[in-house]
Design a protein around this ligand. Structure first.
Ligand SMILES: [Zn+2]
Length: 486
């Protein structure tokens, strides 16, 4: 194990780095690299022990190889015609080898050196992990000619932070710990643009010297601006209203459609979220953070169980019996999110459930049964009885023991009847039929509002929505339904 670590440290230019450097144009046109070329040609990968006697070259490699590699990467563009080719062969040994790492690859990326038009083929791994997105970036935006590259290298040696400013920070604002207010973003963009502009002008025009006083002042401002961000993070990190970058990234991945709206809203709102945009976020960890941040609203009988993507699980205890529901998180946040916009009105989960009973979805069959029974109890209390029996023979025209298809038909019938409740009442001859969803809806209302007024209202609605049948009509109805479900 230890041996391997030492081996790893010993390699200072692995094979693909060595190859990329050799394929580069600039090291062949600048005499200063002659000793490096000789070394690279001698070794398929460069180990510290290979060059231990050449301490000047060793130091140059260690200090500059990142810059050299960036310059090399910047020399390449994708081939214009057929830049990516898939090998039709299934056998690995028939695949072409990647010009950089030497691994056989099925997908071949063709890139062209824009200075000498040399074409090489590179595998997908090396294109993505090694060449990076910077193919083309450096070359198109910053270093437009070879002398620009030379100036760049010289300047980076003196001001290493330039590399950060030009490359690593080019998407800086989309990686900040917290979303920054618009004013912060503006001052960052302003100074970033100023430095980039100055350097661009120096690299690509005939300017012999860079105005170091101006550059140093700008770098100082740049660093100050970034430092002020740190203060901002320290002050607001951990506060729910300033979403963590983790949550922002999850939104970027899971809800692309609202991502830019979210970022913009927060930037314009001093880095804070608003209730409106919060109610659109469905990311689970956000919902957890939200329910933890709401001022206490639980009561013993109403509990939040779990947050899922876009959904909140709620359990309501009816005389200690748990009833399990799910509700859309946007309705939930819309109701409880007032605190985000500094509206301190207290809101209770119980009240929320009462007014949103129709949006609460039951989570299991046991809950369904208990709720349905609430409605059935109410009907029973008004003299409606549900002991009506259907005859298999009257439905199918054949007695069950003679029917070879009994099992199949019985299953279908049971499925249908599970969803229907048939009642009779002494005041008329009709059969009163309600579907499960009608009873569930009424039952939910009864669970959440156990008072006489609600009972009367629910009963009125149930009686209005009942399906009335003569015995004969009911059989016809059931037959039709069975036909439909075949
Ligand atoms: Zn490769």
């Amino acid at each position: 194990m230890e041996w391997r670590i030492i081996m790893g440290q010993n390699t200072i230019l692995p094979e693909k780095e060595r190859n990329l450097l050799l394929y580069s144009n600039y090291i062949h046109t600048d005499e200063g690299f002659n000793d490096l070329i000789a070394l690279l040609k001698e070794h398929p990968k460069v180990k510290l022990t290979d060059i231990v006697t050449k301490s000047d070259l060793t130091n140059r490699i260690i200090n500059n190889h990142h810059i050299w590699l960036d310059r090399s990467r910047a020399e390449w563009n994708y081939r214009k015609i057929n830049p990516v080719v898939t090998n039709k062969e299934l056998l690995r040994k028939k695949w072409k080898k990647c010009a950089l790492c030497g691994e056989p690859t099925r997908i071949e990326h063709y890139i062209i050196n824009k200075h000498n038009q040399r074409e090489i083929n590179v595998g997908g791994e090396c294109i993505k992990q090694f060449m990076g997105k910077e193919i083309g970036y450096l070359s198109n935006k910053i270093l437009k000619n070879p002398s620009a590259a030379v100036k760049y290298e010289r300047l980076v040696n003196e001001y290493p932070e330039i590399r950060n400013i030009l490359f690593n920070d080019k998407d800086f604002l989309s990686r900040t710990k917290l979303i920054l207010p618009t004013s912060y973003c503006t001052s960052y963009k302003k100074i970033h643009k100023k430095i980039t502009g100055q350097l661009n002008n120096y690299f690509n025009n005939d300017l012999v010297e860079v105005n170091t006083m101006e550059l140093e002042r700008n770098i100082r401002i740049y660093n100050n601006v970034k430092e002020s961000f740190e203060t901002y993070y320290k002050k607001n990190e951990g506060d729910f209203a300033y979403l963590s970058r983790d949550i922002i990234n999850l939104v970027a991945n899971q809800q692309k459609e609202i991502y830019s709206e979210l970022v913009q809203t927060m930037q314009n709102n001093n880095g804070k979220i608003t209730k409106d945009i919060a109610s659109k976020i469905k990311v689970e960890s956000f919902l957890v953070a939200f329910s933890e941040a709401i001022p206490k609203f639980y009561s013993e009988d109403f509990m939040i169980e779990k947050c899922k993507t876009g959904l909140i699980d709620i359990t309501i205890y009816d005389h200690q019996l748990p009833l399990n529901f799910t509700i859309s998180s946007s309705i939930f946040i819309d109701f409880f999110g007032g605190f985000i916009d500094r509206d301190n009105k207290k809101r209770k989960l119980k009240h929320f459930c009462k007014i949103n009973y129709s949006s609460l979805q039951t989570r299991d069959t046991k809950t369904n049964e208990i709720i349905k029974n609430k409605a059935i109890d109410l009907l029973n209390s008004q003299g409606y009885t549900s002991n009506y029996e259907l005859s298999y023979r009257d439905i199918y025209g054949i007695s069950p023991e003679k029917d070879p298809q009994f099992d199949k038909k019985k299953y279908r019938l049971e499925n249908l009847l599970d969803n229907l409740s048939i009642f009779r009442v002494s005041s008329d001859q009709k059969l009163h039929v309600w579907t499960s969803s009608q009873l569930l809806k009424s039952g939910k209302e009864l669970v959440l509002n156990n008072d006489e007024v609600t009972k009367r209202e629910v009963l009125k609605k149930l009686l209005k929505d009942t399906n009335l049948f003569d015995q004969k009509d009911l059989y016809t109805y059931i037959n039709n339904e069975l036909e439909l479900k075949k």
